[in-house]
Design a protein around this ligand. Sequence first.
Ligand code: F6P
Length: 319
Amino acid sequence: MKRIGVLTSGGDAPGMNAAIRAVVRKANYHDVEVYGIYHGYEGFIQGKMELLDLGSVGGIIQRGGTKLFSSRCPKFMEEKYRLQGIEKMKEAGIDGLIVIGGDGSYRGAYELTKLGFKCIGVPATIDNDIPGTDFTIGFDTALNTVVNAIDKIRDTATSHENTFIIEVMGRDAGDLALWSGLAAGAESVIIPEEPFDLDDIIARLKRGEARKKKHSIIIVAEGVMPASQLADMIKERTGIDIRITVLGHIQRGGSPTAFDRVLASRLGAYAVELLLEGKTCRAVGIKNQEVYDYDLQEIFTTKHQADISLYTLSKELSI
Ligand code: F6P
């Protein structure tokens, strides 16, 4: 293999640039050229790409977002577009692809491998919801962004003796809510993986009040319900006037943490190694600090599991 492609797809995640850099540098180290494909699968279909040399990925390891741009591309689920894209790649002499993204991006990669085009998936999403890897690229940065935001909100919640509900991203996964809730000492954390228990949330508020604690932080994962809906439910039962903050897309931006840069560098480089060994339909991940690879299809047959021991701990510590 002398020429490979790399693309980023789905929601951007901090550390995607570090992964692109690792792919380019590792491939160049082995005398393999890398073409950067723009706008995810949209660019794959249209053959929108550019040769990435060593210098082109200089100065991006610390940048959030993705130099290659990203998109969600529903039409890629149609075979005619995938075949069109494969043709474009063949014309350019590209016979392997590294896809950096989340589960939707992996689906596209899997469909390409069924048509005989070699692909390796690199997990990058702030949601941390890819089965088979302990962490996805971008999660740690988003987590730190959320924790910083909660810390700031706590300042004002304390000063004004308010109860705040903070809604965090994660799609159907509770990881961002869970980890940030524990890290910021939230009074309640509500995640999709655990049964919703309004009585418990209210009991916690009451317990706080009983010991003269006048402010409270409740973290709700977007996959459970909007913060506004939860605020209405609590107000109806208690009369407490609740302030809400929806953190939104600030969670996806910003310079990647050192952890995400290292993870992205390791996973990006490892994905290149796999392609050069002639492997295909593999996903790379990290388990107990070790980089490894597994069948890409596993992400469709296994469900991501949030670490429920953190949930239990968070409840115990926020009694
Ligand atoms: O998958 C990343 C993510 O930020 C989710 O947490 C969120 O639900 C979704 O993307 C938002 O997507 P969009 O930016 O397309 O609205």
